[in-house]
Each structure stands twice: as C-alpha cells, then as structure tokens.
Design a binder for this molecule. Structure first.
Ligand code: ADP
Length: 301
C-alpha cells in the first residue's frame, strides 16, 4: 500500500508498506541467495509505478505484480498524536490488490516449483474480495499439490472483516492448508480466546501443520515440529521505538533461514534479532545500513 505519514510542519512523508512486502524486504536483506517474488496487483498510475520501482530496489522479483487496467494501489495515512499514539485511516476498499486472485491463472501458477514457499497472511485473506476467496482456496490447493509449501501468518485485523465468523471460517481454512504457521498469540487471543503459547500450539495441533512458530512480543517463542514443543528465549528490547512490522521482519528472516536449511532454533534466533532491530527504528522498514550492521555478526556465525 501507499503509506502517508504526517511529519513536522504539515509535511507529509510518502513510502510503501504492507505485511507481506515488509517480510520480503527483510528476507532478501538477510538472504540474498533466495529468489523472492511479490504477488500482487497495482494500478497503471504514477504511484503504482513508483511502488514497482521500490520492489525492484529491494531486489524483489516483480514478474507476478499485475497491473489492473482501472484500479489503483490502496493508501493509508498514519497520524501520530501529541502522546505518540498512532492512528491509521485507510483508502483500500477499491484497491487493485483486492483483485489479485483473478490474475492467478494456470500459467502463473505453473511458475511455482516444488519446494518453493508461498507466504500469505490474514491481511492477504481480508484484502481478497470475499467472493474471490473460494477461488483462492482452489489456487492454494493446486499449489500444494505441486509441492509448494504454504506458509500462513494469521495477522488478525478485526476491522478488515465483516464479522468474526467470516474471519474464523477463512482462518480455519488457511490453517487447514498451511504446512508452516507463524501465529502471534495476540492475534489468536482476540479471535479464538487463546491466551498462552501452549494454547496456540494445541489449537494448531488440531490441524495438519508441520511447523508452528508462536510469537509473543518480547517473550519467548515456542516451536512445534515433529511433535516436539520447544521454548526459545529471546532478548527483550530495551529501546522500543515502534513495534510496527516486528512480526513481519521475524517472518521474513525466519523463512529465509529455513529455505537455507538452518535449524528451527537458529532460524528463530536470527528472526528474533531482526525483529529486535526493527522495533528500534520508526516505521515498518528499518534503514538498511543500520539493520545490516546489527544483523551481520549473527548472520555470519
Ligand atoms: P506481531 O507483530 O505478529 O504481532 P509480535 O508482536 O509477537 O508479532 O512480535 C514478533 C516478534 O518480534 C517477537 O517474536 C519477537 O521476536 C520480536 N519482538 C516484538 N516485540 C519485541 C520487544 N519488545 N523486544 C524484543 N523483541 C520483540
């Protein structure tokens, strides 16, 4: 999406953001050897072109970014009040990205190969037009059959859904298809009344998910794989500036590490470090140089 942020003296800063995009940026920064493509739809306007340029600059493959003939990219404005509280206003009900499923024909799906990962989130699900969701499930089934690994982060945003029942139905379907799930406790607390990491793990065990990683802000991360639950301590950040995108940075780096066949423990350590750096900078994407210099020691061990 196009992001606008109020700055000093009435100046408005413009950038681009979105949970899947943020994850892709962090993945690619840490694991340049991984080919990473964005799947979305933009418009044919100047800002959409800039968005594409931004994807290119982050070394993301844009072959699967489609250009809708009449719609535009979605937009939101962040306002920060005197106390530092952020509020968001969105213009996305007619965004091009909502039509993405229509672009996923067999030719497009054939580009995914066995062993590739396809990452989608609860925000992706909410963005897709409700009437296109059944077709999206079909496409995911098709990818899964082709050996593509489906990865789901519920990233629940209540106001993006018509009703809780709607979101639960979609999430149950997504958990049912995913081989890797990356839930945060907070998301599932709101929707399913789950309060602890173990509650979330048990919930996930009712589906056929191979790998579950449960995030809980500054608290330990839990993993479930091969029927083993493990607790991974992380270092809480003492200088939190902005938690936007902590989970996105975590997801991107975790998946990049797993694609590179790092162990779950090492992948979580790298992901937690990436998220720790991210919360020390304002906005979704931390400056590259500062991020890489804080990441490099752990990446090189
Ligand atoms: P989400 O953004 O999906 O809600 P969380 O808030 O649980 O996810 O955070 C995701 C990850 O970011 C955590 O697992 C942790 O690694 C890191 N993180 C978040 N907040 C902090 C913090 N205050 N200190 C250190 N790490 C943090």
């Amino acid at each position: 999406m196009i992001e606008l942020r109020h700055g000093e003296n009435g100046v408005m800063h413009q950038s681009f953001s979105g949970d899947v995009y943020n994850s892709a940026v962090y993945l690619k920064r840490c694991f340049d050897n991984v080919e990473c493509s964005i799947v979305t739809a933009v418009g044919q306007d100047a800002l959409s072109d800039e968005m594409l340029n931004t994807f290119h600059k982050a070394d993301l493959n844009t072959e699967l970014v489609f250009k809708h003939p009449t719609k535009h990219a979605g937009l939101y404005i962040i306002k920060i009040d005197d106390k530092g509280e952020r509020s968001f206003t969105y213009w996305r009900s007619d965004a091009a990205a909502r039509t993405i499923v229509n672009f996923l024909n067999d030719d497009v799906l054939s580009k995914f190969k066995s062993g590739d990962m396809f990452f989608f989130s609860g925000i992706s699900l909410a963005v897709i037009e409700p009437e296109a969701r059944p077709l999206f499930w079909q496409k995911l089934e098709q990818l899964k059959q082709a050996g593509v690994i489906l990865v789901f982060d519920p990233n629940y945003r209540a106001r993006m859904w018509h009703s809780e029942a709607d979101s639960k139905e979609a999430f149950n379907r997504a958990f049912g298809l995913a081989q890797i799930a990356l839930p945060g406790i907070e998301d599932l607390e709101q929707l399913y009344g789950l309060h602890t990491g173990i509650d979330v793990i048990k919930f996930c065990q009712s589906f056929d998910i191979e790998e579950v990683i449960v995030k809980d802000g500054p608290n330990a991360v839990l993993s479930l794989a091969n029927n083993q639950i493990e607790k991974h301590e992380i270092t809480p950040c003492e200088n939190v500036v902005d938690t936007t995108s902590a989970g996105d940075a975590f997801n991107g780096v975790y998946l990049g590490a797993r694609i590179n066949e790092y162990s779950i423990a090492k992948s979580i350590a790298l992901a937690a470090q990436a998220a720790n750096i991210t919360v020390q900078h304002p906005g979704a994407i931390a400056p590259k140089q500062a991020f890489m210099s804080d990441m490099s020691a752990l990446l090189n061990t």
